[in-house]
Design a binder for this molecule. Sequence first.
Ligand SMILES: Cc1cc2nc3c(=O)[nH]c(=O)nc-3n(C[C@H](O)[C@H](O)[C@H](O)COP(=O)(O)OP(=O)(O)OC[C@H]3O[C@@H](n4cnc5c(N)ncnc54)[C@H](O)[C@@H]3O)c2cc1C
Length: 541
Amino acid sequence: MINRAENSCIGIIGAGPIGLALAARLAGFGIKSVILDRSAHLLPKGSKACLIQGDALEVLDKIGCADPIAEEGIHWRTARTYIRNVERITQEFPERAGYGEFVNISQYRIEQELLAWVENHSLVQVCWSHEVIGYNQGKNQVTVTAKTPSIEKDFNFDYLVACDGVGSTMRKLTGVKFNGYTHKDRFLITDIKANIPLTKERHFHFDPDFNRGRQLVMHPQPNNIWRIDWQLSPDADIEAEKANGKLDARIKAVIGDIPYNIEWLSTYRFNQCVIEKFKIGNIFFAGDAAHSFPPYGSRGMNSGLADADNLAWKMAAVLKGHADESLLDSYHTERFDAAQENLRVTEATIKFMVPPTPLKRLVRNIKLSLSVLWKGMRGQVDHGKMTQPYTYKQSALIDTSDSRFVGQFSPDVAIFVDGKKTRLRKLMGQSFLCFYVGELQGLAEFSKQAELLNNYANVTFVAAFPVGDEIGQVPDNIDVVRYDDILFFETLKCGDRSMYVFRPDSHIASHNQVSSGMDINQIIACASGCEAIPVDMAKAS
Ligand SMILES: Cc1cc2nc3c(=O)[nH]c(=O)nc-3n(C[C@H](O)[C@H](O)[C@H](O)COP(=O)(O)OP(=O)(O)OC[C@H]3O[C@@H](n4cnc5c(N)ncnc54)[C@H](O)[C@@H]3O)c2cc1C
């Protein structure tokens, strides 16, 4: 395996949130990329994906863009569901370390932050007004043709990633199938600026007075903007409503007779589609180009960011010679499974919200009526399951132990590094992290294992001990962090000598007990999709 990172370049089509995040993550690994976008510049397009889930925000944190978003956004962890105008279900999400459960902010603000970051980075070039119109794929190279206002240009890349949105040109050019369907019902989505006397949380309505027989969802945004989505009746004509005052009445029925301003308005039909292959040779698909879901649960941008994080570390590992080319095949396996799971969840929600037959509508309405009377029925009301990172249980990169942790996105807990309080997840992102939690006696064996990979740059070794515990001299190949929180212990310590392997995308590749029978080379090789880490790379020089 050779290191070809310095002379390689990744082509990315699309400067949406996913293309930008991918370029930034790749740059963080020292990998060059060029983004081609057909727009002349970043366009404000309304809130679009208006919620970023706390774990997806961690992807931005690895780039260094999360804090402004977290500071500006609206944090919430209570979802209120109303049936016929009365609140019946109140879902509280637990308080947690890091960025919390959900942050509401417009997608455009996330794009602005990411764009500012990539524009200041020498490893990323953004080419606006470059519309990709053709491609040619060789064995080790992909050539794309982009149309600019004046000429057509060819670009050569080691890999190409299509982040060109739901109408993906690359999908059409390659002919790869986008399996699924577009829903018949239309939705009206608006950003409304108004001083609405409501708690800044998610408010979801089934069959309210102001949208009889249908749904409505409200999400607070910064600056007193509320994202309000109506499920429309088939005969609703929003253009006519604008002219005849019905739109004003529609809005006031929801927010009351208060001053308001419409900042953005759009109607749309949602899709339930997933691409058949996330990878075709050296061409990859990510974000909406690969999957498109209804917005309930906010699985669009959030899962796209997970695509970018998954692909970036794998491309970097391959280009730097830390892993075989075959590691990239796992991008399809892992992210296709995640997309299928999203599809299953959103399909169930949509079937509940928009029952496909009169009989199913009747059954749904009975469930809603019963849930008004009987608390036990409320679990049957599907108001949209909020997005969560996918657990890669089936992936060949994940160890086969029966630990409940493997495949999961890492939990987060407070730690101290050099006396300063930080979080476990802050240690992740650049390489594999082998993390030891357990009794002091296990440290010698952990260090022995670390020595076996002394020369392998793609892994760091860290051991955690309670604050104030005397631990004596620690071997040079181990960094020590401290904890003083009972939560840390409860969250992570599952045995006397636990070792976790966190991947750069923060998923847990392995959870073992440190012992003399353990084979660290094999564990890291498995997580990298290789048979073994080559001896010259692994052993101490
Ligand atoms: C009206 C609306 C409301 C939405 N609401 C929500 C929501 O509430 N929650 C949620 O999670 N998601 C929502 N989404 C989905 C969310 O916006 C997407 O998941 C997100 O934008 C995906 O980002 P992306 O980078 O994959 O694609 P996009 O943001 O679509 O970016 C694609 C980029 O590719 C460029 N491009 C396209 N074709 C070419 C080409 N041939 N050559 C060069 N460049 C090209 C485009 O100019 C664009 O910049 C909504 C979407 C819409 C349209």
